[in-house]
Design a protein around this ligand. Structure first.
Ligand code: P6P
Length: 336
């Protein structure tokens, strides 16, 4: 069968249901081309001289890996000249960056986590890039770009991730379902390998960092204990557990075979509002998961409805198989 490359897919989506407008198509092509470069850099491993610490820290107070900085630079440089963006925001940068004066500005805002899970890089475990696209709001004051980014997740026009694993896979939504593309390294193009991914409604697999059990809130403790009680317990079925500590890898597994991913509020992260970042981790993943028939909540409210107050704000995350996410929410409401 003739391969369908990303560009052809986007053009056909545009024809079929008013999908990607030309500038959005250009944005997605530029971002995914940057992800190909990141994939090549990661694939070189120790041979590329890009492993280990950069010797710098980011706004999150985290030590940066060399590949964190390289991935961020690749995405910044790729997106500055095209005329499709007004500004960019990154997990690695404290403030949004306006497109440089010498380039035309476009109608979109791009947010990204350039290399999520980078603590796994040096032990050769899958990592990924997560991105989210918003429209420039009418009242964008060029003097204060940060406010322009503070839009709820329901305003996203596109979201995606690239997981750098045994194969490099791009998962993308422009609001018309979730589609998967696999990087053909011989020709250097993303090829459509699955249309309309759907997350199974039910699951027997949860994904959580169980070493935090001591810090969990009561509803989470009860939910996990009930899963671990298996067929003898209130759930009446046995559960399996997976935790990669790369959100992109865990979410990709859930998109592929179902499951529930949890990074709940706990006593360690309560002061910051949670562990994961809303604007460039939780929101894009929530958009993708809902487009694939799943659900994404904080345990108490729908993630996509949250009105952001800060660019780097953090939220609790429970996402994946719809019925399981709803079950976790019931445990929270029972102890509201
Ligand atoms: P922990 C990676 O740093 C990340 O932001 C997500 O990709 C991942 O799900 C989570 O943090 C892992 O956190 O506490 O298990 O190391």
């Amino acid at each position: 069968m003739k391969p369908v490359f990303l560009t052809q897919f986007l053009i056909e989506e545009q024809r079929a249901n008013g999908g990607a407008a030309p500038d959005l198509r250009l944005l997605i092509e530029v971002v995914t081309r940057a992800c190909k470069r990141i994939s090549i850099a990661i694939g070189k491993g120790a041979l590329g001289g890009v492993l280990g610490e950069a010797g710098t820290g980011n706004i999150q107070g985290e030590a940066q890996k060399k590949l964190d900085v390289l991935s961020n630079d690749i995405l910044m440089q790729a997106n500055e000249w095209g005329g499709h963006l007004a500004a960019l925001a990154s997990e690695e940068m404290e403030h949004p960056q306006m497109i440089p004066e010498q380039y035309p500005k476009g109608g979109y805002l791009l947010l990204f986590d350039p290399l999520d899970g980078s603590s796994n890089i040096d032990v050769n475990i899958s990592v990924g890039t997560i991105f989210s696209v918003l429209r420039v709001p009418e009242d964008m004051k060029h003097g204060d770009p940060e406010k322009a980014f503070l839009q709820p997740g329901v305003k996203q026009v596109a979201a995606g991730y690239t997981v750098y694993g045994p194969s490099t896979i791009l998962v993308l939504t422009i609001g018309t379902g979730v589609h998967q593309f696999t990087l053909d390294r011989e020709i250097g193009s993303f090829v459509l390998t699955q249309r309309n991914l759907r997350i199974p409604e039910q699951t027997q697999e949860f994904s959580i960092n169980a070493s935090n059990a001591h810090y969990w809130e009561p509803p989470v403790k009860r939910y996990i204990d009930d899963c671990l009680s298996g067929t003898d317990g209130p759930r009446g079925k046995n559960f399996n557990m997976r935790w990669v500590a790369s959100m992109v890898a865990d979410v990709h597994r859930i998109l592929t075979r179902g499951g529930v991913f949890m990074y709940p509020l706990d006593s360690k992260t309560r002061a910051q509002g949670g562990k994961l970042r809303l604007m460039y981790e939780a929101n894009p993943m929530a958009f993708i998961v809902e487009q694939a028939g799943g659900a994404a909540s904080t345990g108490r409210e729908r993630i996509l409805d949250i009105q952001p107050t800060k660019l780097h704000q953090r939220v609790p995350v429970v996402l994946g198989s719809r019925e399981e996410v709803e079950t976790v929410a019931r445990y929270h409401h029972a102890e509201a």
